[in-house]
Structure formats: C-alpha cells, structure tokens
Design a protein around this ligand. Structure first.
Ligand code: IPE
Ligand code: MG
Length: 229
C-alpha cells in the first residue's frame, strides 16, 4: 500500500494525514474484495525496514494502527472478516500486542474473507523464521517443510500481487509466496486506489496466462486423464 506520503505532500499535508487516508482506502478495498468474492486479502502495512523512518512518523503509524483497528474491528467482524496479523511481534508494545490478539480471537471463526495484515513483516524475516522452525523440528530444509512454517501458511499463495504508488519493485514483501503471483503495478497512490482500479487489476489478472513453468500448449489444453486410458 504505497503512496500515502506523496498523497499528503501534494496536498501540503503532514505525512500522517496520508496514512490516515490510507486506512480509509484499506477499508474501501476490503469491502470491494468482499463484494467481489475475494477470499484472501493480504496487505503490507508496516515493513521491518519502516522502523528507520523519522521517529515522529513511526510513533504516528503505531497509534494510527491501534486506533484504526479499534474503529473498524466490529464492522469487519460483522462483515465476516477473519483478521490475521503477520510479522515479527517480538518488537511490538504490550498495548498493540493486546489489540492484535483480541482482534484475532474475536474474528477467528469468520469465513467471508481472510484479511492478513502484515505488520513488522519482511519477506526475508519470514524465510529465516521458517528455516529456524524447521531446524528446531529436526527436519531437512526442503521447500515443503519451509512452506509449512511460513507466516502465511494458513492461506494459499497469492494469485495477484498489486503494488500501488508507481514503484516497480517488491520491497521485501512476499518473497517466498509470490513465486508465481501475477504482478500488477498501479500508478495510483494508495489513498486513491479505488474499486475501479481494483477492477482494472482483476481484469488484467484474468487476461494473463498462468503457466507455472509449463508451456502454453500444456495449460491451454491440458492432457486429460482420459487421454492416457
Ligand atoms: C505507505 O506509503 C507505506 C507505509 C509504510 C504505511 P508511504 O508512506 O511509503 O508513501 P510514499 O512512498 O512516501 O508516498
Ligand atoms: Mg513509499
């Protein structure tokens, strides 16, 4: 969800005003995904590297996170969203931890959409923590064993990965899980990302041919089991 700062700067507002607008945009996007039957939405809210931003912005983002959660939790729950917070929790304050756990417990049985909020998350952190768990289990470091221990093991790999704000990079997001994700780079700043833009991304996705390493001929007319009999 990139572009909050630039959105604010263009309006001569403080960066935090952009992040606030970003929360509104996330609420709108979650609703749009619910309306379209999207079963999993995973968002990058705060990266392991975002701690290096100016202290004022980090503090502002933390309290915005707590207040945005408090403000939207009941409605998300009512809408059937299951909230999952994904990332390194060891560095988070007690108050934040408490509200994350509370939200996860409250919404654990909901099944309309899984909303994964990646917070203090990094793709490299995820791979490293999964490797540590596999080693601790005394198992070999195979892709399957790693996969089972990744922070997003409770959902399938993403079909579509959208980055807003015009940059053409992943910036340590789902390094492991995005191996075969279709990418969509939007020039819209995150606060401006709306239903129309989401539909553009979904439309582009359906125009892609997903081959997963196979040839076009194989995926267009896959050999049916009948062909072997
Ligand atoms: C939001 O956008 C990303 C967060 C860390 C919440 P930015 O704050 O990176 O916005 P730009 O890139 O400065 O426009
Ligand atoms: Mg940015």
């Amino acid at each position: 969800m990139d572009g909050n700062g630039r959105w604010a700067k263009r309006r001569l507002l403080p960066r935090l005003a952009g992040h606030k607008q970003g929360v509104t945009s996330l609420r709108r996007c979650t609703q749009a995904c619910l309306d379209r039957g999207v079963k999993v939405l995973t968002v990058f809210a705060f990266s392991s590297e975002n701690w290096n931003r100016p202290q004022e912005e980090v503090t502002g983002l933390m309290s915005l996170f707590v207040s945005a959660l408090a403000k939207n939790l009941m409605e998300l729950h009512k809408d059937g969203a299951r909230l999952c917070f994904v990332g390194d929790r060891s560095a988070l304050g007690d108050k934040l931890m408490e509200s994350l756990l509370e939200a996860e417990t409250l919404t654990a049985q909901n099944d309309k959409i899984v909303l994964n909020v990646c917070f203090n998350y990094g793709g490299r952190w995820d791979i490293a923590q999964a490797a540590q768990k596999v080693v601790a289990q005394g198992l070999p470091l195979t892709p399957e064993n790693l996969d089972r221990n990744m922070a997003l093991a409770h959902v399938p790999d993403p079909d579509l990965l959208i980055r807003t704000g015009g940059e053409m990079r992943i910036s340590n997001f789902l390094l492991w899980q995005a191996a075969y994700s279709e990418m969509f780079f939007s020039a819209s700043l995150w606060p401006e990302f709306d239903e129309a833009e989401l539909d553009l991304a979904i439309g582009a996705y359906f125009g892609r041919e997903r081959r997963f390493g196979q040839t076009s001929e194989q995926v267009v007319s896959p050999e049916s089991p009948a062909a072997h009999s």
